[in-house]
Design a protein around this ligand. Structure first.
Ligand code: ZN
Length: 388
């Protein structure tokens, strides 16, 4: 029987272990003496923890490269993380998809799986499905729970309260209507959750980059990555490009304003606009294909969408000055026809403050982008920021 004391002991041990893992993640290689300094653990405790981490294949010990020899004439021994062990887990509970990603301490992809959902599911059911998928990965040895420093969970349509973003002394408040306990039971690591689109942006951001990420689909989801981390704002709502008005006299939006970008650029309205212009298309993919084949209505639609997108993106770029704008989602299939007006509008604007280069690109569909980004967010928070 596990007593409360046993649990408390395990918690302490786990916290010590995380300190060792965080230090190795931050520095790459570390001698035992350096680890003692980083973690403030006693030599005996550290030795026991390192021994166990080596036995589990999470940490390896070898000779330091290019450092000559130590005082006793032997090469200095250093510890490093095995990048294949899997450091952070990301989970996406999307509208139509549940995906899981595992990344190594160096940010490399270690394992992943995803399942498309045929019908809409309650958040609670998605949590259970994800927990099952994760349990299977653990059983297959594709996730080693003890090596995981943190877990990120992206949830469709939920924005986390910025006051309660990460598990600290107390667990982050769960999203309304669903407990994340089933996931916590499979992998006992600190957890954070936030909106799935925003966490996905972390999959495209460079470690210290500035990025505007926009998903154009049934609605608009977007996020800004500033200096390598997600911009959340004081209320957790930062980066909602879809609710920048591109026409103050435009149609009323559910948000209470008029002419929001999302009122124009959503799949249903783009298909409707095609019909109003005299040609019905079955899908956005069909419009994209027709535009490439020289169909004037289709090409005109892509340009119309691009010009509306440009209005909002230029406003956002004045505020955020990103290095990259990444357009994803169904409408990104419109490709160059959609992107060219955005590039032109950015190029036309001269702020007379210095040269500005913003790369504008569309991404290809990546089913695990949401969980990849969630894993990167967890790695950044618990392995990189924590060790700083
Ligand atoms: Zn709106």
């Amino acid at each position: 029987m596990v007593t409360r004391d046993d649990n408390a002991l395990q918690d302490v041990r786990r916290r010590h272990e995380l300190r060792v893992l965080e230090s190795l993640a931050a520095h790459g290689t570390r001698t035992r003496r350096e680890l003692e300094g980083d973690t403030k653990l006693s030599r005996t405790t550290l030795s026991a923890i390192v021994g166990e981490l080596r036995q589990r294949g999470i940490v390896t010990e070898g000779d330091q490269e290019n450092q000559g020899t130590g005082r006793n004439g032997r090469p200095t021994k250093v510890l490093r993380l095995d990048p294949g062990a899997g450091a952070a887990v990301g989970v996406e509970l999307g509208r139509r998809r549940v995906s899981i990603s595992v990344i190594g301490f160096d940010g490399s992809h270690v394992a992943g799986t995803h399942r498309e959902l045929r019908e809409s599911m309650e958040l609670e059911e998605k949590v259970l499905l994800a927990a099952d998928m994760l349990r299977t990965m653990v059983r297959q040895g594709r996730v080693v729970p003890d090596a995981v420093v943190g877990m990120g969970v992206g949830i469709a349509a939920r924005h986390a309260n910025p006051q309660s973003l990460y598990d600290g002394d107390a667990p982050q408040q769960d999203p309304r209507g669903a407990s994340l306990a089933p996931l916590r039971e499979v992998v006992d690591a600190p957890l954070l959750w936030d909106n799935n689109i925003r966490l996905a942006a972390m999959a495209y951001g460079k470690a210290d980059g500035d990025l505007l990420y926009v998903v154009l689909a049934a609605g608009i989801g977007s996020a800004a990555v500033v200096n390598g981390t997600l911009l959340r704002g004081g209320n957790g709502m930062a980066g909602e490009l879809g609710h920048i008005s591109v026409d103050f006299a435009g149609p009323a939006c559910w948000c209470g304003r008029r002419g929001c970008l999302e009122q124009f650029l959503n799949e249903a309205n783009v298909l409707g606009e095609a019909a109003r212009r005299g040609q019905a298309f079955e899908s956005v993919a069909a419009i994209a294909e027709a535009a490439r084949a020289g169909n004037q209505i289709a090409a005109g639609l892509a340009a119309w969408a691009g010009e509306l997108l440009a209005r909002a993106v230029v406003s956002a770029c004045v505020l955020l000055d990103p290095n990259r704008v990444v357009i994803a989602g169904e409408l990104s299939q419109l490709g160059e026809g959609l992107l060219a007006p955005v590039r032109a509008a950015l190029a036309e604007q001269s702020l007379h403050m210095g040269p500005r280069i913003i790369d504008v690109a569309a991404t290809v569909y990546a089913p695990t982008a949401g969980s990849d980004g969630a894993a990167h967010m967890a790695l950044k928070h618990w392995a990189m920021d924590a060790a700083r």
